[in-house]
Design a protein around this ligand. Structure first.
Ligand code: SF4
Length: 157
């Protein structure tokens, strides 16, 4: 380990470099689980279509199996009956994994303050990014994915 002129510590050990490589590859290929719950999912699908094209950011591969996904986008209302299913899908995803709560319903229950719905998916799984809106536009989802990617690249998540 050595310090450069700016006082920043440089570490060229193989473990450090491999860690940086892993962060970079995770950052540039976040693969969401195929998972849509309600109206917000329509905007999520639009984000992966040609006009918005999240393939530009490496996230176009929606995986049908949670074991091949590292990102869960909770796009819509989470009912009490769906919550254990959502948790099981989350548990089947390998580490490291991240969760985006897309829209007001997933973030806090939205306008549905009633007994049938979970009042925020963070009651079921840990959430990394919250995206407000009813529904959020595809640009907002892409912005959330980019912010998450930046944090992963810096090793913050
Ligand atoms: S936030 Fe709005 S658009 Fe999204 S699932 Fe709830 S009601 Fe539907």
């Amino acid at each position: 380990m050595a310090a450069n002129r700016g006082g920043h510590v440089r570490d060229a050990s193989p473990g450090f470099l491999l860690g940086k490589l892993a962060d970079w590859s995770r950052e540039t290929s976040l693969w969401p689980a195929t998972f849509g719950l309600a109206c917000c999912a329509i905007e999520m699908m639009a984000a992966s279509a040609a006009h918005y094209d999240i393939a530009r950011f490496g996230s176009e591969v929606f995986r049908a199996s949670p074991r091949q996904a590292d990102l869960m986008i909770v796009s819509g209302r989470v009912s009490q009956k769906m919550a254990p299913v959502l948790r099981e899908i989350y548990d089947q995803m390998p580490e490291p994994k991240w969760v985006i709560a897309m829209g007001d319903c997933a973030s806090c229950g939205g306008v549905f303050n009633n007994y049938a719905l979970v009042q925020g998916v963070d009651n079921v799984v840990p959430v990394d990014v919250y995206i407000p809106g009813c529904p959020p536009r595809p640009e907002a989802l892409i912005d959330g994915i980019i912010k998450l990617k930046q944090d992963i690249g810096k090793g913050l998540r």
